[in-house]
Design a protein around this ligand. Sequence first.
Ligand code: ADP
Ligand code: G6P
Length: 489
Amino acid sequence: CEYQDARPLRQRLLVVANRLPVSAVRRGEDSWSLEISAGGLVTALLGVKEFEARWIGWAGVNVPDEIGQKALTRALAEKRCIPVFLDEEIVHQYYNGYCNNILWPLFHYLGLPQEDRLATTRSFQSQFAAYKKANQMFADVVNKHYEEGDVVWCHDYHLMFLPKCLKEYNSNMKVGWFLHTPFPSSEIHRTLPSRSELLRSVLAADLVGFHTYDYARHFVSACTRILGLEGTPEGVEDQGRLTRVAAFPIGIDSDRFIRALEVPQVQDHIKELKERFSGRKVMLGVDRLDMIKGIPQKILAFEKFLEENSHWRDKVVLLQIAVPTRTDVPEYQKLTSQVHEIVGRINGRFGTLTAVPIHHLDRSLDFHALCALYAVTDVALVTSLRDGMNLVSYEFVACQDSKKGVLILSEFAGAAQSLGAGAILVNPWNITEVADSIRQALTMSCEEREKRHRHNFAHVKTHTAQEWAETFVSELNDTVIEAQLRTRQ
Ligand code: ADP
Ligand code: G6P
């Protein structure tokens, strides 16, 4: 975890997110090991170095006893992390329930699974109560560690209630909130029973940020249509108080990926992979095993491609690396079985005694292994049904400066707005279109690949995680100063 390497700058930053950059695994009564957490939020924030930052969040584990809590707090302090301890019941209702079974699918336009619809509607009130309680627990920890002048930066759909709780503690606290998922059309948001309360609590922040202009626009129109407030080019106004709303597209620490390709261990790994897959084009998918990533659709499109292009069957391989995520939520368990079933069927259908068309791994790869894989890939497949941004597409581009492989990218990922000119954009629901784009990618001329790659590489190199954070924090500082000036006038 590189978060500990943060160099001090002018200002202290309290990053508050449900997930800490490290997840804890208990090794004994008072001993813990820490592993890097998966997901774009963690990846992006670990790429932000130039702040004197502390990270407040949940370590992904239930720690009921005081000895364990003290030991974990000490271990995390070395990483500049401060834990929020959530008990099992809260995790069940707040994290598995309200966050991952209600808000997550809703914000990604996926709705509730049919068989869960009624049950979820019934448990809605208790889950929302747990959500508010959890947010208050985060606020208590922030308040305890807050020093005057700190910037408090709240992240994601888990903590929509947090800005309000923080401002109740201290109305002078500088509070920003950033959403890492899409914010859906107001027509979707208005189906939430807690629609108004959530919007009002987010509006308590001084600055509210989204990955794209569209998500920001949806948020402003939800506030105007549902709350009857005034939307302005600057944000949302409520009785003379302005909450600034804007788009801040996230990026990665691209130099870290580019530098990694020079590491001898990575170069050895690249050589091994090239030998292992020699004579075949390598296609790659790297995702959390999440329903928004469109993994079954991607694999079915690959099957269609193999069906229609028999001469490619022994010349291409799809590596799908899918790290398990939110495994206590039934919908995710069903997805895992579904993916395994489809992969097994296709490998049975097109495999030979010596090779299979799909290598599917349910696991996380370490950073160097991931960089090596990105570097040897000919075609990356990002087929999210919806995605806030999607940083895997950025990481692939960062590692492709010598190979200049092709990115097939869902038009429903935020990244389509930044990498759209260099990628082949697809509708992931249209399996025929994705299968055609696989053929197009595999047969694309060098000149065309070079041209597309150049466009995307320039973007990924300049729009970094550091620049994203600096822009957000400086905008937050300016917003607070402007508000103070307005009040004095
Ligand atoms: P999300 O935040 O929804 O997971 P992103 O594409 O924005 O989607 O970010 C995913 C992050 O998690 C990336 O940094 C990616 O490298 C990492 N990741 C995803 N799957 C794996 C995996 N199987 N092994 C290692 N890292 C992974
Ligand atoms: C997405 C969310 C993050 C979350 C990550 C991993 O990137 O926007 O907030 O941390 O997925 O999910 P998890 O539930 O394991 O934290």
